[in-house]
Design a protein around this ligand. Structure first.
Ligand code: NAD
Length: 493
């Protein structure tokens, strides 16, 4: 027996939204979308072709001057209207999210709500974009800076939280007066396709938001398009290298939100029950398929075995199960290829002498036809091993001991990625010191994700990317400063 498909009767019909056209069949290749809960094909989605990408960019270009010229309060009200619509359609969107990537309904239920919060936050900025007046040394002059939108933003996002990723990007892009062409991810396309419809229903002028479903070729056509003014890419570092190469042809500026291997540092004075629960959350949340999940645990030697014991106790209570069951905390991973890749990482660590404390093998029985892996905690992992250094993107945690605060800082930073870091200690002096030395775009102290808020900047250091989404910095990411110098010297008769 396998877990049943969610109700597919309400699948959105239009993989392409270009201007005011809802397009049922794109001119590109159709791709089969597989439900991770049982490995069955949900739908053949006819993705965009090159002509569709051109048409979408043209529609965005045509709509942009009027969108930017719309008074800020009108852009604000439309964004608020869209946020209200997300809340009204929350149940439907959550189901589409589950159908797309297999995330449990309990977790998927938050997606429309946090997406709505992003639009509400940026609605608040739409009527508050302002410049600065400068003191001119060489006056008399009136010298000021104002901010102009880029124009057309081309956006590509991944499958692991598509609705939230779309909202993170679209909120600031639209508030700033840009128009957008966004690709719905091929592994989880439905929630973003539906989001595109909701924009039109909310009264956004046609062309402001254009949605194209499709795979890598569609993404490549968007980011390499000569008439796209700014690229926003969310995905892996491997793809980001190709994105930068395509964008280079037109010198298109890029904001890149990439992968991570975030360290979780547990000091010997930490609240172990809380640190245990939060330490495990890096593998539980989206089955470990979150860019900023803490997956590299560094634990002070004096409490090492005790902490491992706490983790094992909590892990035993975590239910992996049918994504549609309201009690399920952990669902499947995204694909068969992901299952094989993740199990390969576990085997490699086992062969190198690491201790697999929980999980480590594929689930069978009801789970056999889906892509289910259990919560896997691996202790005694060498810091320089593949498991500790590279993104696994699955429910696997590596645990490594350390002795001193300096060593913890060194180990946490000695990694190519720099997205998140988590510190558990009851000593605030130490927390402050260590946080100030983290090479990471987001640091949590005695917490596990609460800091990822609409009002705060989010982004990476090192190979986790550059640019920021969220907060005022996220708005400025999609605005360009313009320095205006106005000579006020009296005319010389
Ligand atoms: P991916 O890089 O394989 O794909 C991301 C998107 O890029 C997909 O929509 C894909 O179709 C598209 N794409 C593929 N080739 C392309 C090309 N040549 N040009 C343009 N677009 C192309 O990543 P994924 O497997 O979908 O997602 C997982 C990765 O995303 C992980 O590394 C994860 O950490 C990262 N991620 C980062 C963030 C963040 O905010 N920092 C958020 C979520 C996921």
């Amino acid at each position: 027996m396998a877990f049943a498909l969610p109700d597919t009767s309400a699948l959105p019909r239009y993989p392409l939204i270009i201007g005011d056209s809802l397009v049922e069949r794109g001119s590109g290749e159709a791709f089969a979308h597989i439900y991770p809960g049982n490995g069955q094909c949900v739908a053949e989605v006819a993705g965009a072709g090159a002509a569709d990408v051109d048409a979408a960019v043209s529609a965005a270009r045509a709509a942009q001057p009027a969108w930017a010229a719309l008074p800020g309060d009108a852009r604000r009200d439309l964004l608020l209207q869209l946020a209200a619509s997300l809340k009204q359609h929350a149940g439907e969107l959550a189901l589409l999210e589950t159908l797309g990537n297999g995330s449990p309904v309990m977790m998927a239920g938050y997606a429309p709500i946090v997406a709505a919060q992003r639009f509400e936050y940026y609605a608040g900025w739409a009527d508050k974009i302002r410049g600065q007046t400068l003191q001119a040394w060489n006056g008399p002059a009136h010298n000021y800076v104002d901010y102009a939108p880029y124009g057309v933003v081309g956006a590509v996002i991944p499958w692991n939280g598509p609705l939230f990723a779309a909202a993170m990007v679209m909120g600031p892009v639209l508030a700033a007066g840009n128009c957008i062409v966004i690709k719905a991810p091929e592994l989880a396309p439905y929630s973003v396709m539906r989001l595109g419809e909701l924009f039109l229903e909310a009264g956004f002028p046609p062309g402001v938001v254009n949605v194209l479903a499709g795979g890598p070729e569609v993404g490549a056509a968007i980011v390499g398009h000569a008439d796209v003014d700014k690229v926003q890419f969310v995905g892996s570092g491997a793809t980001a290298r190709k994105v930068l190469a395509s964008a280079a042809a037109n010198l298109t500026p890029c904001c890149l939100e990439l992968g991570g291997k975030s360290a979780v540092i547990v000091f010997d004075d930490a609240d172990l029950a809380r640190a245990g629960q939060m330490g495990l959350s890096g593998a539980i949340s989206v089955s470990g398929q979150g860019c900023v999940n803490g997956t590299r645990l560094l634990v002070q030697r004096g409490i090492y075995e005790q902490y491992l014991g706490v983790m094992q106790q909590i892990a035993a209570r975590i239910t992996v199960g049918d994504p549609l069951d309201a009690g399920t905390v952990m669902g499947p991973v995204i694909s068969e290829a992901a299952v094989q890749r993740i199990l390969g990482s576990v085997e490699q660590a086992r062969d190198a002498g690491a201790r697999v404390l929980t999980g480590g093998t594929r689930l069978d029985g009801d789970y056999a036809e889906g892509f289910f892996l259990p919560l896997t905690v691996i202790a005694d992992v060498a810091h320089d091993s593949d498991l500790a250094q590279h993104e696994v993107f699955g429910p696997v945690l590596s645990v490594t001991p350390f002795d001193t605060e300096e060593e913890a800082i060194h180990l946490a930073n000695d990694c190519d990625y720099g997205l998140g870091a988590y510190i558990h200690t009851s000593d605030l002096r130490r927390a402050h010191h260590v946080a100030g030395h983290m090479q990471a775009g987001m640091v949590h102290v005695n917490a596990s994700g609460e800091g990822m808020q609409p009002f705060a900047p989010f982004g990476g250091m090192k190979q986790s990317g550059f640019g920021r989404l969220g907060g005022e910095q996220g708005l400025l990411e999609f605005l360009q400063a313009r320095n205006v110098w106005m000579n006020l010297k009296p005319a010389q008769a």
